[in-house]
Design a protein around this ligand. Structure first.
Ligand SMILES: [Zn+2]
Length: 247
């Protein structure tokens, strides 16, 4: 774990460094994601990059999203998010690296990349992300409170598909568990922001990727049952290719 911490710190610091004089102010207000999104992509690539706020966290921080698109109406949409588990810092570094690569090389990339609307959320759990930098390096959940006490909800156990179907296996109804799924599906503003952004989009989503770093795994549906999901073979082929290129 020590080496993980070191690697993540280097990547985060390097990636988010900005010479803007307001850096320290922004850092204090909203963490590193603000600097990346405000000062880099939208400014450098205004024709294809747009930054928006898709929701607020439990503690009121902005959940920021970078959209990279040539605005072609026939595009399909791709979703990339990171740091839904706040301690998995390197997921943010990976997603911001991908965003930078796509934006910087957009004119030279193949049509299979440029005919997509890229929806990128580098820090989906900004409260937890901040908390891992200031209080507890291994905090995983959001900062939801119950009866005035912060317990936190494991945000990727808070989606509606199969919510609570397996009892204490894979998630938990115990607020003290690191896998606490919350009192009901989409009880949390962070998970709700994902749902609302995708459902309100006029562009059809073809890909949804959530980046984690706790294990070296590529997981695709279903996570809560063993039945094969629709398009199972296509997903298996895609996941196998991803596994090959990332090892
Ligand atoms: Zn994770």
């Amino acid at each position: 774990m020590a080496s993980n911490f070191s690697e993540s710190s280097v990547l985060n610091n390097d990636y988010y460094i900005d010479t803007d004089s307001s850096e320290e102010k922004e850092k204090a207000e909203n963490g590193t994601q603000t600097r990346f999104l405000k000062c880099s992509k939208e400014r450098d690539f205004p024709a294809i990059c747009t930054v928006s706020v898709i929701g607020k966290s439990v503690e009121g921080r902005d959940i920021k999203m970078l959209k990279i698109s040539n605005s072609n109406a026939s595009n399909a949409a791709v979703w990339l998010d990171a740091a839904i588990h706040s301690r998995e810092w390197i997921s943010t570094a990976v997603v911001t690296y991908l965003a930078d690569f796509i934006a910087r090389n957009f004119q030279d990339l193949s049509n299979s990349v440029t005919n997509k609307d890229w929806y990128i959320v580098p820090v989906l759990n900004p409260d937890g992300y901040e908390y891992t930098h200031t209080r507890d390096r291994m905090w995983r959940k959001n900062r939801a409170r119950r009866d005035g006490v912060c317990v936190g909800v494991d945000l990727n156990r808070n989606f509606s598909c199969g919510w609570g179907n397996n009892g204490e296996e894979g998630s938990s109804d115990n607020p003290n568990s690191v896998f606490y799924r919350g009192p009901e599906p989409f009880s949390e503003p962070e998970s709700s922001a994902v749902r609302d952004t995708i459902l309100s989009s006029s562009t059809e989503f073809k890909v949804f990727l959530s980046f984690h770093s706790y294990f070296e795994l590529i997981i695709f549906p279903w996570g809560y049952k063993t039945d094969p999901c629709p398009h199972y073979l296509d997903l298996l082929e895609g996941a196998s290719i991803m596994a090959r290129v990332t090892t």
